[in-house]
Design a protein around this ligand. Structure first.
Ligand code: ADP
Length: 640
């Protein structure tokens, strides 16, 4: 699901481990971008202060120049420096205002530069670091977590951080400075009227808090319903062929209608609350404005009301009217900033949670690079289960002499691929050990192990890019001639040449669609080009037609002649010449030997061979029953 998942659901387990994620964010990522932060911070102050210059000067001009009821005096400037002529005073005032606009504009620019680059840099660093950590996690992690959850962290959560660091922090400093500066000016000008004008502030704070409390659960509801809607749409688009074939368009339309309506309802509920909040706020600030206007207005034309005392000049009154208006909105926006902060907090918890997830496959600190000599491989009493509840493979013991080919044979689900994944160290064995030329895999560095192994699996994945890039993947910088040679050995050259742009044709998710067999041949060419010490072919030619398979087989014979090779194949004819055949059933080795030995033994292998050779129609009842039992078991665990 590439959607905004509900915060509560995702990574609950890892979130708990993260203490004070925002502080960590600033400590780990803020420091490098401290310059941008300081520029943003200082410019925010500068821009805000300069914004207040025009109303301040206007108030002074009203009293000193237009009404002439006060001497002309500017804050922070000695009176002796000021002109006494009213015309000159007016020009000076206008000049300062114009200067404030120009310098203010420059500050606005540096402020946005500072905050934006601060946020963008951190966003970039956090995303690339998270991705880097994530792809080094072990396979169990990817099996457990939905791709959508991970995508959601890498995109939504990182974006939310950026939004807070940019808009949130920018607004926070801007508004805080504004509120403090205005409060100071008002209190300095006339503290009594200031108390009247600011009296509405606590009311606004309470009102905003109430609004946040009410709207937050509604937003959570919206997020969860948009998640459901998106996953339904994504699911349906993925399964469109099934929908058409099953003629269930109306049924699916109804289902989409339902989830869309849930989203509509949730959204409307939130909108309904939101659209009442802002008029409410306007009303409150209006009350504050009217009260200040009445009290201040009466004061200017006559006497101060009630306990108020002293003088209030018209210009001061104008200043109050101008500034109280500017004061109210920032107060309301604090609510929004708190909201952004909370979301950023939750997001950074998830991001650091992901970064802190330990990998079960760990390289020993004293691991040495694996040096493959002869290429002997030894499985020594290996047992392993994907989870703790049951062993998927048990007591696997066999060895392969360097340069030999061993075939793993057995029914689906017997554990053949699992054995190979253990050799690749996608998982670590629970018991026993796997050794290459006597070195336990766990004592070798992981990159050196993977470099020594070439792996072609049944599920061939092509990256978006050209055919050539896909063949070169992992052997970057190969000569084109070598790429073509590898493609020829994998029987892929012919069809690649017939593609619209040959080796430069784009394939993969958004590229030209290739058949399963063609993809497998590209994957095979990739392994051939890599020229590994040990080759693992896990149903590497299962999707290729029999004729092509025979052609590939010829090349493979050359390729595997002096190379330790593991082959898993359903079509037994392709592995019958292997030096050793190991037959697995239910995670255990049940037979081993050469093709001829095994036929003679007349066990599972001989039966499988007979079925494939067409000598008998079907497997004896006992095997079929066992297969059915196994299937049922697998399905039961899949349902869990
Ligand atoms: P084979 O290659 O012989 O068909 P596998 O090694 O793929 O068999 O699978 C052996 C068993 O392990 C099956 O029951 C399968 O359901 C289970 N299995 C395979 N991969 C996983 C996994 N990532 N997590 C949990 N169980 C798995």
């Amino acid at each position: 699901m590439s959607v905004d998942l509900d915060e509560e659901e995702v990574f609950e387990d890892v979130r708990e481990r993260v203490d004070d994620p925002m502080r960590r964010l600033f400590a780990e990522y803020g420091r490098e971008n401290a310059f941008q932060f300081v520029v943003g911070f200082i410019s925010s102050i500068g821009a805000r202060v300069l914004d207040l210059v025009p109303p301040l000067l206007l108030s002074i001009a009203v009293d000193a120049i237009f009404l002439d009821n006060k001497p002309y005096s500017l804050w922070l400037v000695p009176d002796a420096w000021l002109p006494s002529d009213r015309g000159a005073q007016l020009w000076l005032t206008v000049g300062i205002i114009a200067g404030a606009f120009i310098v203010g504009a420059a500050f606005h620019w540096t402020r946005n530069w500072g905050w934006n680059s601060f946020a963008q840099n951190i966003q970039h660093d956090v995303r690339t670091d998270t991705y880097d950590k994530m792809q080094r996690l072990n396979m169990e992690f990817f099996a457990d977590k939905q791709t959508g959850e991970l995508m959601s962290i890498l995109s939504n959560d990182v974006n939310r951080l950026e939004r807070f660091l940019n808009d949130g922090m920018n607004s926070f400093f801007r508004l805080s400075i504004m509120v403090i500066a205005i409060a100071v000016i008002l209190l300095y000008t006339n503290w009594q009227l200031a108390l009247v004008a600011l009296g509405v502030v606590p009311l606004i704070a309470i009102f905003t808090k109430k609004f946040i409390d009410v709207i937050q659960p509604k937003y959570a509801e919206v997020r969860s319903s948009v998640g459901q809607l998106n996953s339904r749409l994504e699911n349906n688009l993925g399964g469109i062929q099934v929908i058409k074939a099953a003629n269930t368009e109306s049924f699916e339309s109804d289902r989409v209608d339902d989830v869309s309506e849930d989203y509509f309802d949730a959204n409307w509920d939130a909108i309904d609350t939101r659209i009442k909040f802002f008029p409410g706020l306007r009303l409150l600030s209006g009350i504050g404005f009217v009260v200040t206007f009445v009290i201040g207005g009466l004061w200017v034309i006559g006497e101060p009301l009630g306990p108020l005392s002293g003088e209030l000049e018209a210009g001061e009154f104008v200043l109050f009217i101008l500034l109280t208006q500017r004061f109210i909105w920032p107060m309301a926006q604090f609510g929004q900033i708190i909201n952004m902060y909370q979301r950023a907090h939750a997001s950074s918890e998830r991001i650091f949670g992901l970064m802190d997830t330990p990998s079960r496959i760990r390289e020993e600190p004293d691991a040495d690079p694996l040096v493959v000599g002869e290429g002997n491989v030894e499985f020594d009493d290996v047992s392993f289960g994907y989870d703790d509840s049951e062993n998927i493979v048990e007591d696997i013991t066999f060895d392969v002499d360097g340069g030999d080919t061993v075939a793993l044979v057995g029914p689906t689900g017997a554990g053949k691929s699992t054995v190979m994944k253990l050799l690749l160290r996608m998982y670590d064995v629970d018991e026993g050990a796997i050794r290459i030329d006597g070195t336990d895999l766990r004592e070798a560095t992981i990159p050196s192990l993977r470099q020594a192994l070439g792996y072609v699996s049944q599920e061939t994945f092509l990256f978006y890019g050209t055919v050539q890039e896909n063949i070169e993947y992992g052997t970057f910088g190969a000569e084109t001639a070598d790429v073509v040679e590898a493609a020829k050995m994998a029987e892929a050259h012919q069809f690649i040449q017939n593609l619209p742009e040959g080796y430069d044709t784009k394939v993969g998710e958004r590229g030209v669609k290739l058949s399963g067999g063609q993809r497998q041949r590209i994957a095979l060419a990739r392994a051939i080009l890599k020229d590994p010490d040990i080759l693992v072919l896990d149903e590497a030619t299962s999707d290729v037609d029999t004729e092509t398979e025979m052609l590939i087989q010829r090349s493979l014979d050359k390729l595997t002649a002096d190379r330790t090779t593991f082959a898993i194949a359903h079509r037994l004819s392709t592995i019958k010449d292997a030096d050793k055949i190991v037959v697995l059933e239910d995670g255990k080795i049940v037979e081993r030997g050469s093709h001829d030995d095994l036929l003679e033994a007349d066990g599972l292998y001989a039966k499988l061979w007979a079925v494939q050779a067409g000598e008998i129609d079907e497997l004896p009842e006992e095997f079929v029953e066992r297969a059915a039992r196994r299937r049922a078991q697998t399905e039961a665990t899949d349902d869990d």
